[in-house]
Design a protein around this ligand. Structure first.
Ligand SMILES: [Mn+2]
Length: 245
């Protein structure tokens, strides 16, 4: 089992502070640690994790606890966290035996023995979107009207985490900020396990950072492809690691 060591120290010299975005890590903790290494991620950088931390892969809880321990990681809800939280609330309505609730929740994960109440509470407090000066991050999709991005207040939580339409190639949101999202493996659209950039309809600038694009689709489908990728928001540079055969 690989171990993440954080915060990482780099050599002295100039360090550019970077924002990185990723989605759909799905319990692939060891691969995620290798990706942080490949990126050269350090304590001055920020990491935006756009949902679906859990399920499918082997180390959902380990990964979640690690991300929640990082002071510069910003996680939001994906449909898998949303479904987990719905299950949690349903259990809490059925019984006041909280130990049995935690036991049932632990049964949701291959590494469920690691789950504690602190981690459940952290899941419960995750926001549904994130916004910086440069971009918007959601798990699945944003509300649009005639191609124009609507404010978050017009979205339902279900749309933010389950939307199936936003990923389509003909959906090119017009707004001042790029929308980063995941949820559906890019391979279902392109046949490739690579982060997909959509240029702005009204602008032919060569892309530098993600702000020069209208949307960026991040899901490399790690549980199918063994490929995990992230993008540096400021430069648009992508980083990938691959599961060893
Ligand atoms: Mn999803």
């Amino acid at each position: 089992m690989a171990r993440c060591v954080y915060p990482r120290k780099r050599g002295h010299g100039m360090v550019k502070i970077m924002d990185y975005c990723i989605a759909d890590i799905h319990g692939h903790y060891a691969l995620f640690c290798r990706l942080l290494d490949a990126v050269g991620f350090n304590e001055g950088d920020r990491l935006f994790v756009l949902g679906d931390i859990i399920d499918k892969g082997p180390d959902s809880v380990r990964l979640a606890k690690f991300l929640f321990s990082m002071p510069n990681a910003f996680c939001i809800v994906g449909n898998h966290e949303y479904d987990f939280l719905k299950y949690y609330r349903a259990l809490m309505r059925q019984t006041e035996d909280y130990e049995s609730v935690l036991e049932k929740l632990r049964g949701s994960f291959r590494d469920g023995a690691l789950l504690d109440w602190e981690t459940v509470d952290r899941f419960d407090r995750l926001p549904f979107y994130v916004e910086t000066d440069a971009f918007i991050g959601v798990h699945a999709g944003m509300p649009l009207e005639n191609g124009k991005l609507l404010p978050f207040s017009r979205a339902t939580r279900e749309q933010l985490v389950y939307d199936r339409r936003f990923k389509d190639a003909d959906v090119l949101p017009q707004g001042s900020k790029c929308v980063l999202f995941g949820h559906t493996p890019v391979r279902y659209l392109t046949g490739r396990d690579e982060i997909l950039f959509y240029p702005r309809a009204d602008d032919s600038r060569e892309g530098r950072g993600v702000a020069d694009f209208c949307k960026v689709h991040l899901d490399t489908g790690v549980y199918l492809s063994g490929v995990l990728g992230c993008v540096a928001a400021d430069t648009g540079r992508c980083f990938y690691v691959r599961e060893r055969a």
